[in-house]
Design a protein around this ligand. Structure first.
Ligand code: SUG
Length: 444
């Protein structure tokens, strides 16, 4: 049976904008108020997906969500027609509308946590959508995400879905961005590393920025996914990394198979992290590529997003390949470091620099934009919906984006009923293209 990692990239939504909503996310705060170009954003994302396809990878997509999220407005007591609800909410609280217009679902590394079937007791692939409780504009994602995942991976012999973890910020869960699966090969049993920022009940006095992921939420996911005893490792992020802007662990670390590429200051106790992983999976020949602060200061890692890269095993290649944001090549020390890394004879032999600047300005690099799922041939053929890209689907999506998306969305546009109509028209058509059925909350 053939196994591979499939990347599901979030399609940038029609309301993509820079509202500065994510406290602790340095890029989001810095770029607040810029005019966004959603059309350029979606095309940059598709170009990244095409690049992976050109390397021989199988590539899927996940759809954007309906924005403004009318179900949330209704839950807050707004009534009447869609346009009336939007107008009243905009008058009452533009800040609320800005939150409900966010296109943050594009960062599918936060869509959920996935444990592939070789790692679970019942031999099924398990899914838990992330509650994203830390940020209001993201806390409205999990219900739609859960519906989409169920259409794409139908519940049954192969796939099992769980509800998002309840409990608000105490049980804050940000999904795969704080989760790494290690294995010898994708179809072999692996070990899971869950990285958390704080414990639910301890106050985390050493954090100035939010620790979005709690230990208790991570433990709950490992339990409900039925990971085998001893195969889940829980390690704390370095508070200094969170305070420097690494709001998710994937800003300072990325893994693939047996290789872990991470910054020296990513974890509170990196030696303990290595020890526990080796203990959890003695059969895996771990290769830890720890990047010293002396070569790449934490500030350059956060600014360039060097670790928010995709680390791939393209079919037929002996060495792994990094997909980096172009900002890494524009930051002196990270460019020098990557050149040295590729020449070092280690496990990583190639690197490509891609332009995903529309997303990067909100703190989302190549790794944020994708959800990884290890799938066998059999599981791939059992998938629902039409989310795996081929040339025809890419062309259809490009035409769709060119037809529906604006090339400018600024702060004042977010209360515009016309933008809402455009978003719903685009998603109505997209749900047909991707054969999603009724996953959205708006009525058409
Ligand atoms: O949750 N930005 C996202 C970026 C998520 C990046 N994901 C990973 N690291 N995996 C966030 O902070 C900004 C939206 C705004 O400001 O409008 C935002 O939500």
């Amino acid at each position: 049976m053939n196994w591979r990692e499939v990347n599901f990239d979030g399609i940038v939504g029609p309301t993509h904008n820079y509202a500065g909503l994510s406290y602790g996310n340095v890029a989001s705060a810095k770029n607040q108020g810029l005019v966004a170009n959603p059309r350029e954003g979606v095309l940059q994302g598709l170009q990244k997906a095409q690049h992976l396809r050109s390397l021989g990878m199988i590539q899927g997509v996940l759809p954007p969500h309906d924005r403004p999220h009318l179900a949330t407005l209704r839950g807050l007591g707004f009534t009447g027609s869609d346009a009336h609800m939007l107008a009243s909410a905009w008058k009452n609280s533009p800040a609320l509308v800005r939150n409900l217009m966010s296109s943050a679902t594009m960062w599918t590394a936060n869509a959920g946590t996935i444990s592939p079937s070789p790692d679970t007791e019942n031999g099924k692939t398990h899914f838990t959508p992330a509650n994203l409780a830390a940020m209001y504009h993201r806390s409205i994602e999990f219900e739609t995400t859960g519906r989409v995942l169920k259409v794409m991976f139908p519940e049954g012999d192969r796939f099992q879905h769980h509800p998002a973890i309840a409990g608000g910020t105490h049980m804050g869960d940000e999904g795969a961005a704080n989760h790494n699966r290690f294995c010898g090969d994708y179809g072999q049993e692996g070990a899971a590393l869950y990285v958390y920022g704080r414990s639910a009940f301890d106050g985390a006095k050493d954090l100035t920025f939010p620790g979005r992921q709690t230990l208790e939420a991570s433990e709950a996911i490992a339990r409900q996914h039925g990971l085998r005893d001893g195969k889940a490792v829980f390690i704390r992020q370095n508070p200094a990394a969170i305070n420097a802007g690494a709001f998710h662990n994937d800003v300072v670390a990325v893994s693939n198979k047996n290789v872990f590429f991470y910054h020296e200051e990513a974890f509170e106790n990196p030696a303990e992290m290595q020890k526990q992983l080796r203990r959890a999976a003695p059969e895996i020949n771990f290769d830890f590529v720890e990047v010293p602060s002396a070569k790449v200061p934490l500030s350059d890692a956060v600014k360039s997003y060097m670790f928010n890269s995709q680390l791939l095993s393209p079919p037929g290649d002996d060495k792994m390949r990094l997909i980096l944001p172009i900002e890494v090549s524009e930051t002196a020390r990270t460019k020098v470091y990557i050149d040295e890394l590729l020449a070092s004879g280690g496990p990583i032999g190639d690197a490509d620099y891609l332009d995903v600047r529309q997303s990067m300005r909100n703190g989302g690099g190549p790794a944020c934009l994708r959800l990884r799922v290890a799938l066998s041939d059999d599981q791939l053929s059992a998938m629902g919906a039409r989310s795996v890209l081929d040339d025809a689907l890419v062309a259809t999506l490009q035409n769709w984006a060119n037809k529906h998306y604006r090339d400018r969305v600024g702060a004042d546009d977010l209360g515009d009923p016309q933008l809402m109509e455009e978003c719903f028209a685009a998603l109505d058509e997209l749900s047909q293209i991707l054969e999603l059925g009724s996953v959205y909350d708006f009525q058409r």
